[in-house]
Design a protein around this ligand. Structure first.
Ligand code: ZN
Length: 128
């Protein structure tokens, strides 16, 4: 069993994501929600990608989702697993699966946060 862990690159912090990062530091996932069409989107944008409204705001998310697809990169050290996770709130995000497998499509997962290379927490998912 490989015990090394892969450190993800920092997303950086700016006016567009400071609320997201602040919540992530407390272990909470935030998603951008549109007050005009009622849809939630990922990645976070100030303008809604569904209806172009600028009436968007951060809302707390459940952190729960299901695996839409995944792929483990075996030929790197340490291996890692990329996945699309469809969140309970609707959007699908590209992320990493961590923790013990085996992974499968439709698997229920829960968000957790890992420190990136500068310490900024980034969301990853593990089996729920
Ligand atoms: Zn909208």
């Amino acid at each position: 069993m490989n015990t090394k862990t892969r450190t993800l690159a920092s997303p950086g912090t700016g006016p567009d994501n400071e609320a997201f990062i602040a919540a992530a530091k407390e272990g909470r996932l935030m998603l951008r929600h549109c007050d005009d069409c009622g849809k939630t989107h990922w990645y976070p944008r100030a303008v809604c990608p569904h209806c172009w409204s600028s009436k968007t705001q951060w809302k707390p998310a459940s952190g729960r989702g299901t695996v839409y697809s995944w792929s483990t990169m075996q030929r790197v050290d340490p291996p890692y697993t990329l996945a699309y996770v469809t969140l309970a709130e609707g959007p699908t995000m590209l992320t990493n699966l961590v923790g013990a497998g085996p992974y499968r499509i439709g698997m229920r997962v829960q968000v957790l946060f890992q420190p990136s290379d500068d310490g900024t927490p980034v969301p990853v998912f593990a089996a729920a």
